[in-house]
Design a protein around this ligand. Structure first.
Ligand SMILES: [Zn+2]
Ligand SMILES: [Zn+2]
Length: 287
C-alpha cells in the first residue's frame, strides 16, 4: 500500500547543494570529488522525489525478533523499485563514473553488456541486495556475483529507492534493541559515524542512508567493546573525527555534531572526510 504521491521538486538551493558549494570553496583540492558527488546527488534526488511513500506494516513480535537476532528488517520485495527509473539511473551513474575515470575498461564492458541486454534485471538487483542483507544471518559470506565496480553502480542506482523506504521507517521503528555494527534496515556497512554528545554515537549506512545507535567505545569493524581500545583525532576545523581501533587497526570517520554548525549530511560529509583517509593511512590504520 502506498500513500498519495506528494511531489517534492529538487530545489537549486537545497541545503546539501549549498554545503557542497561551501566545501568546494573551503577545500579546492576536493573540487573534482565534489563535482562528481553533486552530479550523482542531483540524479538520485530527482528519482527519490518522484517516489511515493511506501507504507510497510511490521508485525511487532516479528520486528522485535529480527532486531534481537541481528537480522536486517527491510526485505527486497518491500522496496518500491521502479525498474525503468532504476535502469536509467544505472546508465547515468555509470556514465558519471566513466567520466571521472573510476571504471576500468573491463568494468565498462560489463556495464555496457548489461545495458545492451536490458539489464540490470529485478533478479540482478535482488541478488545484489540479498548478498548484503543476508550475509549476517548465519550463512557464510558469499562471493559477490558481480565485479566490485558493478556493485558500486548498482548501489548508486538503488540508493534513492532504499533511502525513500528507510526515511519512512526511521520514524516508526524503535532501534534501541539494535547495537550491531551493520545496518538494521539493509545490512549495509557503516559509512560514517555521528558523535552526538558524550556517550551517544550513531552509525550511518552507506547503502540505504539508515542511521542507528551504536556504543561509543565499540569498533564497527571488529565489534570489540573493550574500553580505551580506540584512538580519536579531530580534524583541523573540529567538525570531524578519525577514530582508529587499536584491536583491528581499522578506522571509522565521524561527524562531530557538537562542533558543527549544520546537521549531518551523509552525501556531503562522505566527501568532506576524504582527507581523513590519508591521515588514517599515515597513522597505520586500514579502511
Ligand atoms: Zn542500510
Ligand atoms: Zn576494530
Amino acid at each position: 500500500m502506498t500513500q498519495p504521491h506528494r511531489p517534492r521538486p529538487e530545489r537549486a538551493d537545497s541545503p546539501e547543494l549549498a554545503a557542497f558549494r561551501q566545501l568546494k570553496a573551503a577545500q579546492p583540492e576536493l573540487a573534482g570529488a565534489v563535482d562528481m558527488q553533486v552530479e550523482l546527488f542531483v540524479m538520485q534526488r530527482r528519482v527519490q522525489a518522484r517516489l511515493s511513500t511506501p507504507w510497510l506494516e511490521f508485525d511487532a513480535a516479528w520486528l522485535a525478533r529480527q532486531l534481537g537476532e541481528g537480522r536486517p528488517i527491510l526485505r527486497f520485495e518491500e522496496i518500491p523499485f521502479e525498474w525503468g527509473e532504476f535502469r536509467t539511473l544505472f546508465r547515468q551513474a555509470s556514465e558519471v563514473l566513466r567520466r571521472y575515470d573510476l571504471l576500468e575498461p573491463s568494468d565498462l564492458d560489463c556495464v555496457q553488456e548489461l545495458i545492451r541486454t536490458g539489464r540490470p534485471s529485478r533478479d540482478d538487483v535482488a541478488s545484489w541486495y540479498e548478498e548484503t542483507a543476508s550475509r549476517r544471518i548465519g550463512r557464510p559470506s558469499v562471493v559477490p556475483s558481480q565485479p566490485e565496480a558493478i556493485g558500486q553502480v548498482l548501489a548508486l542506482s538503488a540508493r534513492p529507492f532504499l533511502a525513500r523506504t528507510v526515511e519512512t521507517l526511521h520514524q516508526r521503528v524503535d532501534l534501541a534493541p539494535w547495537t550491531r555494527p551493520y545496518c538494521p534496515f539493509c545490512g549495509g556497512d557503516a559509512e560514517l559515524a555521528l558523535v552526538l554528545r558524550p556517550g551517544e554515537m550513531r552509525l550511518a549506512c552507506g547503502r540505504c542512508t539508515g542511521v542507528w545507535p551504536f556504543p561509543e567505545h565499540a569498533c564497527p569493524h571488529c565489534d570489540n567493546r573493550i574500553p580505551r581500545y580506540q584512538t580519536s583525532y579531530a580534524s583541523r576545523n573540529g567538525r570531524y573525527r578519525l577514530i582508529g581501533c587499536d584491536a583491528c587497526r581499522r578506522y571509522i570517520k565521524a561527524f562531530d555534531a557538537r562542533k558543527a554548525d549544520r546537521p549531518f549530511m551523509l552525501d556531503v560529509d562522505t566527501i568532506a572526510t576524504l582527507p581523513l583517509d590519508a591521515a588514517a593511512l599515515q597513522r597505520g590504520y586500514l579502511s
